[in-house]
Every structure is written in C-alpha cells, then in structure tokens.
Design a protein around this ligand. Structure first.
Ligand SMILES: *Cc1c(COP(=O)(O)O)cnc(C)c1O
Length: 354
C-alpha cells in the first residue's frame, strides 16, 4: 500500500565504501529529505562507514534544525552547511563541541564568537555560485577578527562550487590563494562538486592543505542500479468511452482502465511535462496519431510494461489515477509498478534495505 524505495543493501553499501575510499576525508552530506533515504538512515550509514574505519570524521547537515536528527545516530563532528546567522538558536552545551559552524559574513563571525567563544568555525569564501561567502579581502579581515577571539577554533575554509564538471581548478586555485593570503592559519579546505580528477590534482598541488570533499548525491545516489522505486496498485476500474471519473468529472476519451496507484502530492509525485512537444504543429501530429495526451492527459512517472503511463488526472494527496488504454496489460490490485522519481524531492512511505 505504499510508495517504496527498495535498496539492494550489499550493492549500496559496497558503493558507499568505494566512494569513501576514493575520497579520503569525505564529508557525507545528509540534508533535506535525506536524498530520499531519510536523515536518520544516512546518519546511521555514515556511522557505519566510520566504524569500518573509512576516513569519515565529519557529517554535513543543511540546517541547524537538522542537527537533532543526526546527532543521536552519528557520534562524530557535524558541519552545518547553511551559514550561521544571529537568529540561530544557541546550541545545547552537549552538542557545541561537535558542531562546526559555517560563517560567511564578518559581522557574524564576531557575534558568534562573542556569544560562544570556543566555537568551531569554517570560513566560507564566495565562489562563482555567489550564494554565500566572504570576498578575499573579507577573509583577510576575518583573520583579524579571529586574532581578537583567542578561544575560536578555525577549522578551515569552505568553497561551494557550481555543478559544472571538470572545470573548477582555476577558480579553486585563485580562492586558495586568498585563503593563504588571509594569514589566518587555514590548512583545511572543505569543497563540493569537484571531480575525482580535480580532487587528485588539488591534493598534489596543495599538498600542505587537507582537502575535505563534501559529497551527497554521488555517495548516496551514485549507483542507481542499487535502487528500485515501486508503487502498489490499489484499485482497477474498467471504463468505457464517455464514462466520467475523478475529482473533476472528466470523461474517458476511449475505453480502457483507470488504475489507482499509491503515491501522490504528499510524496512529491508531480505532473510531468506533457508527452507532446508544446508547439501546435507537434500537438496536431500527436492528435493525428491518436495520442492520449492530445485529449489533455499528461505523462506520469509510473511505468507499466516498460511504458511510461499517463495520469488520468493530476495526482491526489496519497494516490494517483492513471489511464491505461484498452489492450494494455492490466496489473491486478496488489501488484507493484515502477516509478521514476527525483530522489531529492520524494518522501517514500517505506525504505526497504535488503
Ligand atoms: C548539498 C550540498 C553539497 C552536496 O551536494 P551534492 O550535489 O548532493 O553532492 C555540498 N556542499 C554544499 C554547500 C551543499 O549545500
């Protein structure tokens, strides 16, 4: 009765270990919906890697509110990727020593260290992403601020790079020059989205720096073959042309079957792009071929017999209605069908690790 993510456990764990080994100092990223697995499960898996003596000592979360989800399942350091701001609630004393704050503004650095003098901090340098971070000049001034707060523990500099592949080294080199010039004692660089080749080159060129790659997608979702997403068929109804159905009392354009399957808006199942191209000419061609999207049906992420099927109407909260044309193989109630999802936007009812 559910939208289920089934994980081939041995294959997934072998992938996690291989990514950890290929990326010494890796910082697994567990944020948001836990890449579909849930934050708690990712924290336990990070602990598992640590217990198996892979070089995993810090786990990254996206926000301060995610800390409690991971802190009881993971016993190492916790890096918060969203930069600290003055409105962040103070940390529990028991956690303060394990949390590494990302600081992206000079004023925040001073305030954080005034409020919590022994804080562990990573200074974020802006990149071509232009999301958060300090300029080279500000990084240098941060060194001054740190000298005024002698209890502060500087854990390095953070660089959040765009997703473009294989083209980061020039930028990283320039940014690291700033980190050296800041004269703040920066010896660790926390980076995202570098390729294996770039990381290797960086380790060679900056042998006196410790490189800490922050990796989410490539770690948790890097071996898609280990993951299967299925939905349960909850109901099947035969319809004749002209029969009405659904919240909006649409009528069936031809005879076939309505399938009610698990998975809806609450899971993140959304409408996909229509099957036809958007141009009038393309739509006319689809109508000429008798395509169902010509009557307003929209492609769904569910497939049956290897074919992507159409929504009979927009997804409901926890279930979706599909239209199966006459002649197609009709699954039975209780059967499962495959679903293609965006893992980072999907909440599964169940995650089953085999
Ligand atoms: C999410 C995030 C990552 C991990 O990104 P993936 O593409 O999932 O590997 C790394 N660094 C920062 C700052 C992030 O927000």
């Amino acid at each position: 009765m559910s939208l289920t993510l089934t994980v081939d456990g041995p294959r997934w764990r072998a992938h996690l270990e291989s990514v950890a080994d290929a990326n010494p100092g890796i910082v697994p990223v567990a944020k948001g919906n836990g890449y579909g697995f849930t934050l708690g499960r990712l924290a336990r898996k990070a602990q598992w890697l640590k217990d198996r003596h892979h070089d995993v000592t810090a786990l990254a979360v996206g926000t301060y509110l995610e800390i409690p989800e991971v802190a009881t399942r993971w016993d190492g350091d916790i890096v918060v990727l969203t930069p600290w701001r003055p409105f962040v609630e103070p940390l529990d004393a028991a956690l303060a020593g394990r949390v590494i704050h990302t600081v992206s503004r000079l004023a925040d650095l001073d305030q954080l260290l005034t409020r919590a003098p022994g804080s562990r901090v990573v200074l974020e340098r802006t990149t071509s992403m232009r999301r958060h971070g300090m300029t080279g000049r500000e990084l240098w001034e941060a060194g001054e601020v740190l000298r005024r707060h002698s209890g502060a523990r500087l854990e390095g500099v953070a660089l959040h790079l765009p997703l473009q592949q294989g083209n980061h080294l020039g930028e990283v080199g320039r940014l690291l020059t700033d980190a050296v010039a800041a004269d703040a004692g920066i010896t660790t660089v926390w980076v995202s989205h570098l390729t294996a080749g770039e990381l290797a080159t960086l380790r060679e060129q900056y042998a006196d720096f410790t490189i800490r790659p922050r990796i989410g997608t490539q770690l948790w979702l890097g071996d898609r073959g280990a993951l299967t997403v299925t939905a349960t068929v909850l109901d099947v109804h035969d319809v004749e042309k002209g029969d009405s159905f659904g919240y909006r009392a649409r009528t069936a354009p031809k005879s076939g079957h309505l399938l009610v399957v698990s998975g809806g808006t609450a899971h993140g199942i959304g409408l996909e792009a229509p099957t036809g191209e958007s141009s009038i000419k393309a739509r006319a061609a689809t109508i000429a071929r008798g395509g169902m999207d010509a009557v307003g049906f929209v492609r769904s992420p569910y497939s049956i017999d290897g074919k992507q099927r159409l929504f009979a109407e927009p997804p409901h909260m926890q279930a979706s209605m599909l239209f199966l044309p006459h002649g197609a193989h009709v699954p039975a109630v209780g059967d499962t069908v495959d679903v293609r999802v965006r893992y980072t936007a999907t909440t599964f009812d169940r995650v089953v690790v085999t």
